[in-house]
Design a protein around this ligand. Structure first.
Ligand code: 9MR
Length: 370
């Protein structure tokens, strides 16, 4: 296993500099390394197709044997990192646009819709037979200026939200299998987040958004999605109560997405499997939608082993719950990750390192899926 460089490679405000800085020779080398995981897995695996001299089973192949998908998010600029895109297209069965379908991208001016970025990812996904999770129709971040820079009456903002959801969901009808309809709508203490929709429309905006999404595509799975709900606690309890109430009111709600942005220094979330199960028992699907497990840098073998253990535990928890439909990583390699720029001094959160070499976490996920 290659030892990752000890120095943090990316500071605040310096996102994704590496691919552009690569020399042709380095790019070639990285391309060759990218082919390594499958080869290594083929030698090490005892149960996969690799045993019979075919290409080793991918994580998604293994997940599919359990009726699950294994996916990774991708941000548009990453598609031009060929080695990265190749492995994304071959190893995974699902993808989520990291930014391309957010409100600031899809409706940059009121009533003017731009699907360029989302369509680019859908086209990649179709070419590589990946399912797509739509992310996200409504969030407090990455809203366009025209929406946040003025005040609205409740009726006005309701009309704005309805128009946005109708347009975007209609455009991606048949192209995405699920939508994160409302993202991060709760605070950690279990109260509603005071986003512009809550403060202007009131808590009813959530049911409205779900109904409008359902009107535009009656077949797509409609999710709520949040972080810090992986274990049992005030925030996940709030979602439990909300989903129970939405179900009782006949509001279309199909799933809860557990982002799973975990960090070794905060400990493994309590009772993950029981938590997934209680939502499944309410009658919704569950999924890990943005999984990554960061650590304080530099990484070392002890931390990487603990990280691997956590990835294995999350995977097993999902497999143990019949309605846990799949796992999506928020990017699959340390080469492209949101973490170092948001949490300086932290990172190394993904199962592949920045040379696209599999880390212990990759083998732990395989092991859990075997
Ligand atoms: O990965 C996304 C990053 O590129 C953006 O800069 C960031 C902006 O807020 O959003 C990141 O994705 C977030 C996701 O949409 C919702 N959950 C948290 C993710 C990480 O911040």
């Amino acid at each position: 296993m290659r030892t990752p460089p000890a120095r943090p490679r990316r500071g605040v405000g310096a996102r994704r500099p590496r691919a552009a800085a690569l020399t042709a020779a380095t790019a070639l080398l990285l391309g060759a390394l990218a082919a390594a995981p499958a080869a290594q897995a083929a030698q090490g695996g005892h149960h996969g197709p690799g045993h019979h001299g075919h290409k080793a089973a991918t994580l998604n192949d293994l997940a599919e044997q359990h009726g699950r998908y294994f996916g990774s998010a991708v941000d548009n600029p990453e598609l031009s990192d060929t080695a990265y895109a190749d492995l994304l297209g071959s190893e995974f069965g699902a993808t989520t646009p990291g930014n391309g379908m957010k409100w600031d991208a899809t409706e940059p001016q009121q009533g003017v819709f731009d699907y360029t970025k989302g369509d680019e990812i859908v086209a990649f996904a179709e070419a590589h037979h990946l399912k797509v999770r739509g992310h996200t129709l409504l969030w407090h971040n990455q809203l366009p200026n025209w929406l946040t820079s003025r005040t609205w009456t409740a009726d006005q903002l309701r009309a704005v939200l309805k128009n946005h959801i109708h347009n975007v969901v209609t455009h991606y009808r048949g192209k995405v299998f699920a939508w994160d309809v409302a993202n991060e709508i709760m605070n950690d203490d279990g109260s509603y987040r005071q986003n512009i929709f809550y403060t202007t429309i009131g808590p009813g905006y959530i049911a409205d958004a779900l109904r409008w999404a359902h009107e535009a595509d009656p077949h797509v799975k409609l999710y709520l999605n949040d972080y810090n709900i992986d274990g049992i606690g005030a925030k996940s309890n709030a979602y439990y109560t909300l989903i129970q109430r939405l179900k009782a009111q006949g509001v279309p709600i199909d799933g809860l997405g557990f982002q799973g942005h975990l960090a070794l220094q905060y400990g493994f979330p309590d009772e993950v499997q029981q938590n997934l199960q209680r939502f499944a028992d309410l009658g919704v699907d569950v999924a890990f939608t943005e999984l990554d497990i960061r650590m304080t840098l530099p990484s070392d073998p002890t931390k990487l082993a603990e990280q691997a253990d956590w990835y294995g535990r999350i995977t097993r928890a999902c497999l143990a719950v019949r309605r846990c439909v799949g796992i999506t990583l928020w990017g699959y390699s340390d080469r492209h990750s949101w973490i170092p720029s948001v949490f300086p001094g932290e990172g190394a959160a993904l199962p592949w390192d920045e040379y696209l070499q599999p880390k212990p976490a990759y083998y732990a996920i395989r092991e859990a899926l075997q």
